[in-house]
Design a protein around this ligand. Structure first.
Ligand code: ADP
Ligand code: MG
Length: 699
């Protein structure tokens, strides 16, 4: 947002932290690193804990609690040995309290607790040789006693900046927070009984106990909702900005009819609905931005193919981009004959085309003779020119960066407007992730699988039964089946994991007496694709792989999936892996091997594997996976692309997120210019969180 557009009322919050009392040149960089450059950032630094100080005497001191003692300083004991702590003996009427400092200068400590003076000391009580001691106590002069809160917020600290110093700075910043106009809907706010914004901020920094730190404390909920609402507003605005970009009007035509007739199956209800949603967008004259979510095997390709045919039928060109050579070829082999039969000239573009193959294809695209291009990254290279590109379809969209998508979309013709975008993902994600990550996209979901699938039988076994597994596997392979065998990557050392996978491949080769392919993440791409292709074409019956089994590769003959150390995978990941089988008519099996013997199985791992045994519905599994992670897997969340929220926890605040998303869309629909009084307040909120310049679009 432009600086000049920031509402004046927010100026005190957007002042630099250096304007606060107590932030000098030494502390400034520390505060900036810990909280951020602005007064707002310091105020948005939520306490991470709370300490309750209890008045105690040496006689009744309780170990493990934080005590507060009024003592007389007796003497300072400076150690002879370097590295030993400096000790101060102090006492009250009931006995001694020893104060201990590791490091720090004797001079400084002497000034803090001068001999013969009274001090109030506070800290965690420990006992050593039956003596009360406090390591690194907080020290106060008796006349400061009134300032010592019995309950104090604890802040994240950093080297050189203690929690207490942070607390002081936050307290100094609080008076700078103005009363802001209310941006929440009055009825909603009354129902939730939340405090106003400024009061919530005050409560955030004055917890009365542990419960006030919980995500469901009223002040925390209020601030979380504000944050989520501001973020959803930013996404909703982006969505609107896209919608007002004119784009070609694409309508189904004869080519679409002929393609539909050529499909060897009838569309499922979910496919029919998805194509209807896509067609509504394509016909609107506004630029489509849609995510098609559906499990592996749910039939996304047929939906995409119809959209490609629609574009061609309306006189435009369309591109379908896949992340790997093998996927692009698979799409081309399946779709090109049907599209050609429907009168749509289709070309393949990959990085491996020879110049002689490439030249006529590029010419056909530039002239408009070819209506559909299917390919890899080769599609968005500068040498590729379209005559009238109207639609870009991106398969396995998470494998592409925002730039790559934009480079393809930029190949549109400015005279016909923006290029419609359809992205596809085989990783069902929970609603919450959908909203935080793809909030500016519209979403279609394929919740139903094509008929005629035999469900995959899933069994959970200890690794100790691997001999049995090998025997059954041999029988199946002898009968013409194909199988995957997955060896997980364990974070400790990639090299040793690789060695384990290689050793496993060698074992299986020996025991089973068959060709065994090995694919892993450290292989150069083309080499790995060659191994995958051998498996896809049935030349190798067994493929040992680390987790890199190409997403989206369709090997209908593969009917067995063995996953070693299944307990080390996440639920969604296991589901993805299992989705490699059960694609043909043969009954399929997934064997989840866990543990190395009597290790047993942890509770979460047990629930995960049990969920997998119970259901094959990717959306259900995604929600469950998300729930199981609880708030406790920040790393996992970040990997899933969550924005860096300060107050909101998308798992614990799931319902708030859903409500905030609804409200954001509603507010902008009713009052697009935010001109109403509530709209004006909403603008203040937007400026307060400043999400607008955050992560651009899909990634
Ligand atoms: P996805 O890309 O969603 O993983 P695909 O589009 O590759 O799935 O479809 C998986 C398989 O299901 C393909 O072999 C496809 O021909 C088949 N298929 C798709 N839709 C249907 C349908 N409605 N009825 C029967 N089979 C279908
Ligand atoms: Mg696919």
């Amino acid at each position: 947002m432009l600086r000049g557009m920031r509402p004046q009322i927010l100026f005190p919050l957007f002042a630099g932290v250096e304007t606060l009392k107590g932030v000098g040149p030494r502390v400034l960089p520390l505060v900036q690193k810990l909280a951020g450059p602005l007064v707002r950032d310091l105020l948005f630094l939520a306490p991470s804990g709370v300490v309750v100080r209890r008045p105690m005497t040496a006689a009744d001191a309780v170990e493990g609690l934080t005590g507060q003692f009024e003592v007389l300083v007796d003497r300072l004991i400076v150690p002879h040995k370097p590295g030993a702590p400096i000790k101060v003996r102090a006492s009250d009427e009931t006995g001694f309290v020893h104060l201990i400092w590791f490091g720090g200068s004797a001079q400084h400590i002497e000034r803090l607790v001068p001999k013969g003076q009274k001090r109030i000391v506070s800290g965690k009580v420990e006992r050593f040789n039956n003596e009360v001691q406090i390591i690194h106590p907080d020290v106060f002069r008796p006349e400061e006693a009134g300032d010592i809160a019995a309950v104090e917020a604890v802040y994240p600290a950093t080297q050189g900046l203690s929690s207490r110093q942070v607390r002081k700075l936050v307290q100094a910043a609080l008076p700078h927070a103005p009363e802001l106009p209310e941006w929440q809907d009055p009825a909603w706010l009354a129902k939730r009984r939340w405090p106003g914004w400024r009061a919530a901020l005050g409560q955030l920094h004055a917890p009365a106990g542990e419960p006030d730190l919980e995500p469901d404390a009223p002040a925390r909920q209020r601030l979380a909702w504000d944050e989520l609402f501001a973020h959803q507003l930013a996404l909703a605005r982006r969505r609107r900005a896209r919608q007002i970009t004119p784009a070609p009007v694409i309508l189904p035509g004869e080519a679409s009819e002929r393609l539909l007739a050529a499909l060897p199956f009838a569309l499922t209800g979910a496919q029919t609905q998805a194509i209807a949603e896509i067609r509504r967008d394509l016909a609107s004259g506004e630029q489509m931005g849609r995510l098609l979510q559906g499990d592996v095997g749910s039939g996304k390709t047929a939906v995409a193919a119809l959209a490609l045919a629609d574009a061609a039928a309306s006189g435009f060109q369309a591109a379908l981009m896949a992340p790997t050579e093998i996927l692009a070829r698979q799409h081309f082999q399946r779709l090109a004959p049907m599209l050609e039969a429907a009168g749509v000239t289709t070309v393949l573009l990959t990085g491996r085309d020879t110049p002689a193959e490439r030249r006529p294809r590029l010419a056909a695209l530039a002239s408009g003779e070819a209506r559909v291009a299917i390919g890899t990254h080769a599609l968005f290279q500068d040498t590729v020119r379209f005559d009238r590109l109207g639609l870009a379809v991106i398969d396995e969209q998470h494998r592409f960066g925002v730039n790559e998508r934009q480079r393809l979309q930029a190949k549109g013709d400015p005279r016909t407007g923006g290029v419609h975008l359809l992205t596809m993902s085989a990783t069902p994600i929970p609603r919450t992730l959908e909203l935080t990550q793809y909030g500016e996209l519209d979403v279609s979901r394929l919740t139903e699988k094509p008929p005629g699938r035999t469900p995959v039988t899933t069994a959970v076994l200890p690794l100790t039964r691997i001999g049995e597994v090998a025997k059954r596997l041999k029988a199946a392979l002898d009968g013409g089946a194909q199988a995957y065998w997955i060896c997980p990557l364990v974070a400790e050392s990639e090299a040793s994991d690789l060695a384990a996978a290689e050793a496993r491949a060698a074992d299986l080769r020996r025991i089973l007496g068959v060709e065994v392919g090995l694919a892993h993440g450290q292989m150069p791409g083309p080499e790995r694709e060659a191994v995958m292709a051998d498996f896809a074409d049935g030349r190798t019956p067994l493929l040992v792989a680390t987790t890199v089994v190409e997403v989206g590769v369709d090997v209908p003959n593969a009917s067995i999936m063995v996953i070693e150390h299944a307990d080390r995978f996440g639920l969604a990941q296991l589901h993805q892996l299992r989705g490699r089988v059960g694609r043909g008519s043969a009954a399929s099996t997934c064997l989840l091997l866990y543990g190395g013997g009597d290790e047993g199985l942890g509770e979460t791992a047990r629930v995960r594997l049990e969920t997998l045994r119970r259901t094959e519905n990717g959306f259900e599994i995604a929600e469950e996976d998300f729930r199981l992670r609880g708030g406790g897997d920040p790393l996992g969340l970040r990997q899933s692309g969550f924005p860096a929220y300060r107050f909101a926890d998308p798992i614990r605040h799931r319902d708030l997120l859903l409500a905030a998303a609804d409200d954001a869309r509603l507010v902008l629909a009713r009052d697009p210019d935010l001109a109403s009084p509530r709209g004006e307040a909403v603008k203040v909120l937007e400026a307060l969180f400043d999400w607008r310049n955050d992560r651009p679009g899909v990634d």
